[in-house]
Structure formats: structure tokens, C-alpha cells
Write a protein that binds this ligand. Structure first.
Ligand code: SAM
Length: 244
């Protein structure tokens, strides 16, 4: 007996749409999405796809109109409720553009709940293009099956971040800290990663000076900032997140 194929079939295209989804709702796609479905995926009227709006879960939709540069969908029914996301944020000092893009994509795939760019003394990238990073998070969510998008905050200074962080701050410190395997505990958390040049001694003292900061070691080797971010997130998910 051939195995019952999974429903919805993993092969259906999956798109994030800026519309409040519901049964029977009509969604007009933007030019880029219409081009992707029509030209790249060669889909026309009647074809099925999955859509999500970032809050109400995932829905099955069908192409109801297709023109040269535009397309409209009709939403049929919900295929998945919004998934629970471990309450872990990532606060990172922006690095070079390609590495920051990579970090956003991978952190979204792993399941981060929110991203916070933190400007430190040795941060190289002063300007953070939030719209661009937002598109990268959307593409990663479309690809990995998320129905919720991680918000990306406006950049804040380290001092502001420390003032406003009202949850456990797991401070990745190459200078030493609790081994990651034992440091992370379930509950609201933010992982703090420094810039390529690391935190200055003053910054390190300021971080260690706040009561909810927990210095964490990611092993004896000096990891690149984006590698450290991913390694810390993966360790959190294993010990305290949804990989348990
Ligand atoms: N300042 C360091 C140096 O050049 O010696 C390197 C900084 S490292 C490239 C960037 C950031 O990744 C650090 O600020 C820290 O947050 C994190 N990191 C890298 N390796 C780590 C480790 N073994 N344990 C904890 N955090 C680490």
C-alpha cells in the first residue's frame, strides 16, 4: 500500500502575504510574488499554494485570477494553527552585510522569536537596513515552514539594551562564562552576541554589572560573531527550546 502522501504536500509553494487571512478572503499579490508564481513556478488559475500572514497560521489558497504582472488568490481553509515559538530573542552587534544577512536567515530558520541589532563601541556597521533584513526573514520563514515572523527591532545602543532587557541575558563571552550546556534555562531569554572585534572591557563590565546577565562560554575557540550567534541559539534550543 503506497504511503498516504503528507497533507498539505510539502511541494506546495509557500508565501507570506500582507493581508488578514480567513476563509474566502481575496488576496492580491504584489508584482514580485505574481512573477514568482507565474513565471518561476509556472502556475496559473486553479493552482494551489500555502500562504501565511505572520499571526493566524497557515492557509491553503488557490489562484483565482492571473494576469501579466498581477495575480489574485482565494483563501480556502486553514492548514495549520500558529506554532508556539520558544521565547528566545537574539541581540547582536551588526557585522558585515553578508554575514548579517546570513545571521538573520539562519536565526529565523532556527526559530528565534525576535531580533535586536545592538550598537557597541566596536560595531562596524552603523546603518542597519531593516527592510532588507525583514525580507530575508520572510524568505527564511517561507522556506522553513514558520507561520510567525520574528520582528526585527530598531537598532539600540548597548546601554539602552541593558536598561530595557527585562529577561535573562545570556551574554556570549569569549573571555569565559558558564558552559552553554548548563547555562541555558527554559523561560524568556535574550542571547547577546558581540561584534567581530568583541566587547570592550568597559562594555564587558557594564554587561556583567546587570543582575539578569549570565556570561556563557561557547567553548575554547574564538568563533566568528555570526557563528557564535547560531551556536548559542542551537544550544538554547537543545537545552531550553523546542529541540528537547
Ligand atoms: N574579541 C574577540 C577577539 O578578537 O579575540 C573576538 C570576538 S568574536 C569574533 C565575536 C563575538 O562572538 C564575541 O563578542 C562573543 O559574543 C562571541 N563569541 C565568540 N567566540 C565565543 C566563545 N568561545 N564563547 C562565548 N562567546 C563567543
Amino acid at each position: 500500500m503506497p504511503a498516504t502522501p503528507a497533507w498539505p504536500p510539502k511541494s506546495l509553494p509557500r508565501l507570506f502575504v500582507r493581508a488578514q487571512l480567513g476563509e474566502g478572503v481575496r488576496v492580491d499579490l504584489d508584482g514580485g510574488q505574481a512573477n514568482y508564481l507565474g513565471k518561476v513556478m509556472r502556475l496559473g488559475v486553479g493552482a494551489e499554494l500555502l500562504v501565511f500572514d505572520g499571526s493566524s497560521g497557515e492557509w491553503l489558497a488557490r489562484i483565482s485570477e492571473a494576469g501579466k504582472k498581477r495575480m489574485a488568490l482565494t483563501v480556502e481553509r486553514r492548514t495549520r494553527e500558529p506554532e508556539a515559538i520558544p521565547d528566545v530573542w537574539l541581540a547582536f552587534a551588526p557585522v558585515k552585510r553578508t554575514q548579517t544577512d546570513w545571521l538573520i536567515e539562519k536565526a529565523t530558520e532556527i526559530g528565534v522569536a525576535k531580533l535586536i541589532p545592538v550598537i557597541t563601541q566596536r560595531t562596524i556597521a552603523e546603518r542597519v537596513k531593516l527592510e532588507r533584513l525583514g525580507s530575508i526573514a520572510i524568505e527564511a520563514a517561507e522556506q522553513c515552514g514558520r507561520t510567525r515572523l520574528p520582528p526585527i527591532d530598531e537598532p539600540v545602543s548597548l546601554a539602552q539594551f541593558l536598561k530595557q532587557a527585562d529577561r535573562a541575558i545570556y551574554f556570549a563571552d569569549e573571555g569565559g562564562g558558564a558552559p552553554a550546556a548548563h547555562a541555558f534555562k527554559p523561560g524568556p531569554a535574550v542571547i547577546l552576541i558581540g561584534p567581530e572585534g568583541g566587547f570592550t572591557d568597559d562594555e564587558r563590565a557594564a554587561i556583567r554589572g546587570v543582575s539578569n546577565a549570565i556570561p556563557v562560554s561557547l567553548g575554547p575557540r574564538i568563533l566568528r560573531a555570526e557563528t557564535a550567534a547560531l551556536a548559542a541559539l542551537a544550544a538554547y534550543m537543545t537545552v531550553a527550546g523546542d529541540w528537547r
